[in-house]
Ligand binder design. Structure first.
Ligand SMILES: Cc1cc2nc3c(=O)[nH]c(=O)nc-3n(C[C@H](O)[C@H](O)[C@H](O)COP(=O)(O)O)c2cc1C
Length: 168
């Protein structure tokens, strides 16, 4: 494990984050992984933050609103099969860690484990979460992304990055 600054490889990480990365949650003995492509990294309240957008219908949403933490793993190798599983199946129905043969490492600073895969990893503590509302949303975006899925809005999870490192 090589600890690196939060913005290390930022351009590369953002490019992968906006295509497909893994978000791991853990609550009361249950660990789950989903794929995210919507989110960002930056600074808020003078803190390094990672913002994830997770729809309310996701099993991840139910775990993360209780645990208030997650780990984000930006893969530096081909994980197409795992992305297909974790991006299409729900942890409420299957054990995705087992289905993907993922190995987990304990978090360094938080209780949520980290995927032991080559790439950059962020340990994140949620400091604010908020479900989107139709009234505040641009109508074109609402129609494009939400109307057809019956208002299954995203929640913004703004999280302080408390550790960041590379795994081989
Ligand atoms: C490439 C890709 C990107 C995705 N990005 C997001 C995202 O940013 N937010 C989200 O809520 N769902 C996203 N999804 C869908 C979830 O990963 C998917 O619904 C998953 O099965 C949810 O798992 P869960 O119910 O175990 O939480 C994405 C799926 C794929 C394949």
């Amino acid at each position: 494990m090589q600890r690196v600054p939060f913005l290390f490889n930022a351009e590369k990480n953002l490019s992968i984050l906006s295509t497909a990365s893994f978000l791991t949650t853990h609550y009361k003995g249950k660990t789950n992984v989903m794929v995210t492509a919507w989110g960002s990294i930056g600074y808020m309240w003078k803190l390094p933050v990672l913002v994830a957008m997770v729809r309310k219908s996701r099993y991840t949403y139910s775990l993360m609103t209780k645990s208030h933490e997650f780990t984000a793993s930006v893969p530096y190798a081909d994980f197409s099969r795992e992305i297909e599983i974790c991006g299409q199946q729900s942890g409420s129905k299957i054990d995705k860690i087992a289905a993907c043969h993922f190995t987990l490492r304990p978090g360094e600073k938080i209780a949520t484990p980290v995927l032991d895969i080559p790439g950059m990893h962020f340990e994140c503590k949620v400091i604010y979460n908020r479900l989107m509302s139709a009234e505040r949303l641009d109508s074109t975006i609402n129609e494009l992304w939400y109307d057809r899925v019956h208002g299954d809005y995203h929640a913004f999870f703004i999280a302080q990055v408390v550790d960041s490192y590379l795994l081989p």
